[in-house]
Design a protein around this ligand. Sequence first.
Ligand code: MLT
Length: 357
Amino acid sequence: MTAARIAAPSATPGAGTDAAAWQHRHVLDLDDFTRAEIETVLDLADRMREVLDRRIARVPALRGYTVMNLFYEASTRTRASFELAGKVLGADVISLSASTASVQKGESLIDTVRTLRAIGADVIVMRHAASGAPYLAARHTDAAIVNAGDGAHAHPTQALLDLYTIRSHFGSLAGKRVVLIGDIAHSRVARSDMWGLAAMGAEVVVCGPPTLLPRGLRAADRPTHAAPALPAVTVETDIDRAIAGAHVVIALRLQSERQEGGLLPSLHEYAALYQVTAARLARAHPDHLLMHPGPKNEGIEIAGDVATGAHSIIEEQVTNGVAVRMALLYLLSGRTESPGGGPGSAAGSAVGGEARA
Ligand code: MLT
């Protein structure tokens, strides 16, 4: 893509996002995103939030563009928000799950993505139980691939919506103490969050029982000859120390579907030692935010009262997920303005004139 200005959804004079920083054909993880690229996505997501807040949240920015969701694993939020993101922008959206796709008949992942491209997919949003599956797909198709979660590896769109949500409260992530608590080893959200938060200058702390912390996380445990598999973070096994002074606490679900047995003595003991509770949050910064990527298990990693309490912004994360995914689809499309009336065009501004909800 060229260094064009991306038109803003509401045609506000002078508004727009600098696309110079955006160089991605795919969105596979955040380990190759610069801070400027992340800012580009978040700034555009701000414009997309404005579209979502309109009485009729529809713009024709991606008319003629086809988004295919290919989900080999269950999903509620990610899949629904990609569907809505595409529809709000006027794209054609088709969703397939592995139980209905020909994968049941033995079609390989490569055949499947090639077939979807042949049908007309411009972007394939993919969730797969195998870490690395979207990278394989990206090598075998010229459709854009978005990783909607691959095994225990990465979930970049969740991380971007987390960054967006934190930024919308604090204005900046720089210097903010962000603590991820729970099953760090098996959480793709944790990995992508770590990359994104580190790129944005946050102080990243991860906390969990030693058996649920990935190997090589502590700088001292890393091989010196290889590029780090994760950014430098502070590692804590004591939840009270981790939470002390935190601006943001992100509770993570135990990924039992990805855990081998014997990692925890019992769920009861795990909850006793690592559940995010009101008493523990009392040590956090007075204006702290409580987040969770969902689905959450109340009573295990998070107490029910704090999950719906005054500091919880869990539902806001979900709403912001639509805006962030709209921004990503728009950036991947390579469109800078839509002849049919994209965000910022004449038709876009006609939509922009409508009363807000
Ligand atoms: C994921 O797909 O990884 C979710 O967003 C988080 C979870 O399943 O715990």
